[in-house]
Design a protein around this ligand. Structure first.
Ligand code: ADP
Ligand code: MG
Length: 889
């Protein structure tokens, strides 16, 4: 509240005092202060909100020198503004008038009735239907890290704990997968940042008092919530940090929703070991959830794979995609169901058609549970339950175990459906105010008041007819407006004919309005009945909601089953329409084989319309094919090839069919990627530094079960440094604890192809190109063997570099290839006809290079010239070298 230039004492009218005292309770939220038909914002809130919402900033007590900035929004349009503030990462506290302004004496009483925060909101308009919305709570101490994740909008509740040196790294992985919208952490974090890889993440950070994270308090709160005596059943026993984090999350939710949290599902412990780990880098580099460079959903693997037709299905598929499985048997269970659905297009079509009609049951149950459901939600629930029996019937035709499991969760709930049909009207409004929610015949009391109100209305229309006859005024009519209520209107022309007992109420341009005693009485009856109807409907609506709450858990089961059914039919639809093949998942280790024939890049193959995508095969294992060195000019397709291998492995472990002719996959535990040169300027790291940090992370964490993708390591530094680092990295991956991990290494240093001569398990591949005179044709075909050179100059020409530059670089290259060397031993980029200055030790044309070597060294060069390395086996080369050494040294 320390806005410069604002004198608060000057603003302290009673209302401003009230405002400030409420604002003090919610310093970190924007306060929506209800005044009549508006929510007003003041002071910094007003300045901030006016900017985000693009609304006019005005001020209270304008004429005074120290005015209070303010802005306002109409209450009935609040939701749109609220959404925008939330998206901008702010919290909003909604403060209502809690007594009738007409009846209040003095200042109207006001209270904050809701706090809307990015991580706790669950109104439909505030959420993305196809995305989960997690609140994370992080409790980091010297022992390790506890994490809890709650999606209040679906009831999903989880926790995790890590200790040891890589605890924060593991936290980062899970944070990248769940992408929470808000993060809670203790305010007194003692220099321990809540999480490691934070600054560029788009989340709202909320500090809360440290004691909210105390494990003891968390344990009590969780036991209370779930009505249990011990947390052992949840696997939480002994996980103190996780329990503390979960307790804080629960406290925060209770602050928003009170005790209406019955829809939270039993807390589950996250065990990273169960999944193929894709860290934040890998998700980004492989464009799993969003494409580069703009972060759009289009162009991502998820976007390509998603054929779901329900919101809950879309959210589940996302979870499948960020957390593929690792256990071969579990993957095969999924694949069996997908295959069944692929092979049965008719059944698949019927299931999808039915699923299109169901609503987002998962979120409806949550909204009902937390008391923010609207009548339309119950209508959607009813519609969904109507579809369930048919969907059950269809799923019953499936044979696979997974199909059975889904069927068991898919409870029909006929009593609840029956109850909803008999209690709710056919058409339901979005809000309660509109009325007409409860079906006739459901409540005798309601029906009676309704008929009273109806009688009153009929009485009034009868009255019009009667008065017309009695007075002889043909144009007399009875009307209603909100200010004056019911009235009788007579035009000025007939003013003289107005009878006794009419009291004037309002004069218009050409008519006059009157009331009578009788009209007043009926009006009273009608308005009173309307009020009673509204109150009773609200009560009955709440009753119906509590019936739904009583069925929360089975309904969540139904929602889960619908999501699964949607997910698997989506995977089958994808497989069918994209011509994918079922991967064979190897349940025995089989030397960690990854064998893909005629693989395609799932996203690029769709984009290459007109042109056809060239399929490529890959083979890796833990023995002779541990490290593939992939060379070829820029733009040849190296990166694409490596990514497609990784994506196929990921898809296979999701339980999806894959874009390949055939694929044999032995599941991997983690995919590491080091791709592209992304400058993270905001963190002050140079490209090369980022590259090395990422490389270090891979080298320190890869296991024999990992798949590693390195795209152009060592690019950000000088050539010699780069080659040396790249070489050493490759050797490291081939040795020690991580030995057995499978690596693909794309590089433009074709010096690295010589690794195959000195290390076991290394294979050279290159992406074929064809030279047509000066030009290059990319064949996109990956073949065994090393690329013979880089073709950088040809690519530069393709890119449109001026001919002069291309020619000159060709000259320089020629010179470099003759290994002209300067005084410091570096290749020298100077062409032959340049004047030499004194510092240059050697002339540069090929003849004059020779003086570097004389005597028998000249012989040595001659011998070297004569051999043809291409024709030699490594063994012959060794022998040749040994013979030379004997002769000359
Ligand atoms: P590199 O990493 O060798 O520089 P990329 O993998 O980035 O090359 O590929 C460059 C472009 O070539 C891609 O954007 C894509 O359009 C095209 N491409 C790559 N692989 C294929 C393929 N197998 N079939 C068709 N086009 C491809
Ligand atoms: Mg590349």
């Amino acid at each position: 509240m320390n806005q410069p230039g604002i004198d608060l004492t000057a603003a302290s009218t009673p209302m401003m005092k009230q405002y400030l005292s409420i604002k003090r309770e919610h310093p970190d939220a924007i306060l929506f202060f209800r005044m009549g038909d508006f929510y007003e914002m003041f002071l910094e809130d007003a300045v901030l909100a006016a900017d985000i919402l693009k609304i006019t900033l005005t001020s209270r007590e304008k004429n005074k020198e120290k005015a209070v900035p303010m802005c306002g929004i109409p209450y009935h349009a609040a939701e749109g503004y609220l959404t925008r503030l939330l998206k901008a990462g702010h919290k909003v506290a909604i403060c209502e008038q809690v007594e009738d302004p007409g009846k209040a004496r003095g200042l109207v009483k006001r209270e904050v009735v809701r706090i809307v925060t990015p991580g706790t909101a669950m109104e439909e308009s505030l959420l993305d239907a196809r995305e989960p919305s997690y609140l994370a709570s992080i409790y980091r101490t010297k022992e390790g890290v506890g994490l809890s994740l709650v999606d209040a909008s679906t009831g999903d509740f989880r926790a995790a704990q890590w200790t040891g040196p890589d605890a924060v790294l593991r936290l980062d992985v899970v944070m990248a997968q769940f992408a929470p919208r808000e993060v809670l952490f203790p305010e007194n974090a003692h220099g321990l940042e809540p999480f490691g890889d934070g600054p560029d993440r788009d989340v709202h950070l909320t500090k809360v008092e440290g004691f909210r994270f105390f494990p003891e308090a968390g344990e009590e709160a969780l036991k209370n919530l779930f009505g249990v005596h011990t947390l052992a059943g949840f696997g939480l026993e002994g996980l103190r940090l996780a329990t503390g984090a979960a307790g804080a999350a629960l406290w925060y939710l209770q602050k928003v929703y009170g005790d209406r949290l019955g829809h939270l599902r039993p807390i589950r412990v996250i065990r990273s070991e169960d999944w193929l780990v894709l860290d934040g880098n890998t998700l980004k580099n492989l464009e799993i959830l969003s494409s580069q460079p703009h972060g759009l959903r289009q162009g991502s693997l998820l976007y390509q794979m998603d054929r779901t037709v329900t919101a809950q299905g879309a959210r589940l598929l996302k979870e499948f995609v960020v957390r593929p499985l690792k256990n071969a048997e579990a993957i095969n269970d999924r694949l069996n169901l997908v295959q069944e659905l692929v092979e049965n297009p008719l059944l698949r079509g019927s299931i999808r058609e039915r699923l299109r009609k169901v609503s987002d049951l998962e979120r409806i149950v949550s909204r009902v549970g937390s008391g923010i459901a609207v009548p339309r939600d119950l209508g959607a629930l009813r519609r969904t339950l109507r579809e369930v029996p048919a969907i059950r019937g269809l799923l019953a035709e499936l044979d696979s175990d997974m199909g059975d499991g889904i069927l068991q969760e898919l409870d029909e709930k006929p009593e609840l459906l029956e109850f909803l049909q008999s209690s709710l009207s056919d058409e339901l409004p979005a809000g309660l105010k509109a009325g007409g929610i409860i079906r006739k015949g459901f409540s005798a009391e309601l029906d009676e008041i309704r008929s009273l109100a109806g009688d009153g209305r009929k009485f009034i229309s009868d009255l019009e007819k009667r008065e017309k006859e009695r007075t002889g005024i043909a144009s007399l009519k009875v009307g209603f407006n909100r200010v004056f209520g019911y009235y009788i209107e007579v035009t000025h022309a007939h003013r003289d004919m107005v009878p006794e007992g009419y009291t004037r109420k309002q004069t218009l341009v050409n008519a006059e309005r009157f009331v009578t005693q009788e009209l007043r009485e009926v009006e009273e009856r009608i308005l009173h009945a309307d009020e009673s109807i509204a109150a009773l409907e609200k009560l009955l609506f709440e009753e119906i909601c509590s019936r739904v709450i009583a069925s929360s858990s089975p309904l969540q089961g139904v929602a889960g089953a619908l999501a699964s059914a949607d997910c698997y039919t989506s995977l089958a639809e994808l497989a069918h329409t994209s011509g994918y093949a079922r991967p064979e998942i190897l349940e025995d280790d089989m030397a960690g084989r990854l064998s893909i024939s005629d693989g395609r890049h799932p996203v690029l193959e769709m984009l290459e319309t007109g042109k056809s995508f060239v399929p490529n095969s890959a083979y890796l294992d833990r023995v002779d094919n541990r490290l593939l060195i992939i060379t070829g000019p820029n733009m040849a397709g190296k990166s694409t090839f490596m990514r497609q291998v990784a994506l196929i492995v990921i898809m296979a472990q999701i339980g999806s069919f894959v874009p390949a002719g055939d694929a044999l996959i032995s599941p991997v535990d983690r995919i590491f990627t080091r791709v592209g040169a992304s400058d993270i300027l905001s963190r002050g790291l140079s490209t090369f530094m980022v590259e090395m940090v990422e490389t270090a992370e891979i080298l320190n964490n890869a296991t024999p079960d990992s798949l590693v993708i390195l795209d152009e390591i060592g690019r950000g530094t000088s050539t010699f440094d780069g080659i040396s680092i790249a070489w050493a990295v490759a050797e490291y991956l081939l040795s020690g604890e991580r030995n057995g991990c499978r690596t693909m290494f794309a590089t433009h240093y074709h010096e690295l192809t010589e690794l195959a001569l000195t290390c076991d398990g290394v294979r050279n591949y290159n992406v074929a190109i064809q030279e047509w005179g000066e030009r290059l044709v990319f064949l996109r075909h990956v073949q065994e063997g090393a690329a013979d050179r880089s073709y950088g100059i040809q690519v530069a020409r393709l890119a449109g570099l001026p001919d002069e530059v291309v020619e000159r670089s060709r000259e320089i290259l020629k010179n470099l290839e003759k290994t002209a060397i300067d005084t410091t031993g570096r290749p020298r980029p100077v062409a032959g006809d340049v004047e030499l200055d004194a510092t240059m030790a050697s002339p540069v044309d090929s003849e004059s290079q020779m003086p570097l070597f004389d005597g028998h060294e000249g012989e040595l060069i001659k011998e070297l010239r004569e051999i043809d390395l291409e024709e030699m086996t490594p063994l012959e080369a060794m022998n040749f070298l040994a013979a030379m050494k004997k002769r000359h040294v």
